[in-house]
Design a protein around this ligand. Structure first.
Ligand SMILES: Nc1ncnc2c1ncn2[C@@H]1O[C@H](COP(=O)(O)OP(=O)(O)OP(=O)(O)O)[C@@H](O)[C@H]1O
Ligand SMILES: [Mg+2]
Length: 273
């Protein structure tokens, strides 16, 4: 690879239908092998930024480069680039319904894999690995559309992990997952990252931020980038987190007196006991 910069984003603005602003002059670089979490209140542009990075929507203003190539609609007219990009970048959508379109779970997972032209043993290895990781073996023959919300999410995640993409984009990946699946997902995000893959995830789940990232990117309520820095530094800055609506303030009663303090779980631990 010629560069270690995976994404180079400059002056990126996006508005839906030219009327609904969603990203405001974002400047950001992401290096190969980074593990980044996107934080931001509802509507701050996290999903939109991930969609731009996934080459699904294109900047209204500014530019996004992937490995020095502009992510513009024209770039995807080149079939070779399209194949290159789609085999390397995987996205798990916030809404699993947008992701599932096959008539059974097995086909959902096989759909992209088959196009990679892998040997059968490798296809089998990956299918078994991610089906067991996401605990969806019992759902193999089911129609994805008629699964529970959490089951759909598991299938959608497995269908992306099975591709083992170099760049993994995850939009609120743990939302609605049960604890064991959540644990497995965090472990595999980390093992993907240890293999040198780039991981970029948005989340509202403040507890997983330190587990899955080394850097945090914060989008503000004006849809601009307000801060990026080491995860530890940002997660310790409670005043900043509160200011940008990233932690909520707990109120609880002790002997009829209401105490208010920021949401903190210093000993929070997702691991099995
Ligand atoms: N399809 C759409 N059409 C019009 N406006 C949209 C559309 N999708 C998103 N927006 C607007 O773009 C802005 C950014 O939305 P986006 O979904 O990227 O935010 P988000 O940070 O992912 O929010 P959430 O935490 O709720 O998932 C919001 O103001 C939203 O109303
Ligand atoms: Mg979103």
């Amino acid at each position: 690879m010629l560069t270690d910069i995976v994404y180079e984003i400059k002056g990126l603005s996006y508005s839906y239908l030219g009327r609904f602003p969603a990203l405001n002059k974002i400047g950001l670089e992401i290096k190969k092998g980074e593990a980044v979490v996107l934080l931001g209140a509802n509507g701050s542009g996290k999903s939109t930024l991930l969609m731009v990075m996934a080459g699904l929507i294109f900047p209204t203003e500014g530019a996004t480069k992937f490995l020095e190539k502009d992510l513009r609609e024209e770039s995807f007219a080149d079939a070779a680039f399209q194949r290159f990009f789609r085999s390397r970048v995987g996205i798990v959508f916030q809404n699993s319904d947008a992701q599932l379109f096959n008539s059974n779970v097995t086909d959902e997972l096989l759909f992209g894999l088959v196009q990679l032209g892998l040997p059968q043993e490798e296809v089998d290895r990956r299918m078994n690995k991610y089906i067991s990781l996401m605990d969806i073996g019992h759902l193999r023959a089911r129609h994805p559309q008629y699964l529970s919300i959490g089951e759909k999410k598991k299938v959608a995640i497995a269908s992306v992990l099975v591709m083992e993409p170099d760049v993994l984009l995850l939009d609120e990946p743990t939302a609605g997952l049960d604890p064991r699946t959540c644990r497995h997902l965090i472990d595999s995000i980390n093992s993907f990252n240890r293999e040198g893959r780039t991981v970029i995830a948005s989340t509202q789940d403040i507890h997983i931020v330190s587990e899955i990232s080394k850097r945090v990117v914060v989008l503000g309520e004006d849809k601009g980038l307000v801060r990026t820095g080491p995860t530890e530094e940002i997660m310790e800055d409670t005043a900043f987190l509160e200011q940008h609506n990233l932690v909520h303030v707990h109120a609880h009663k002790h002997k009829d007196v209401t105490h208010v303090h920021p949401h903190e779980h210093p000993s929070h631990d997702h691991s099995h006991q």
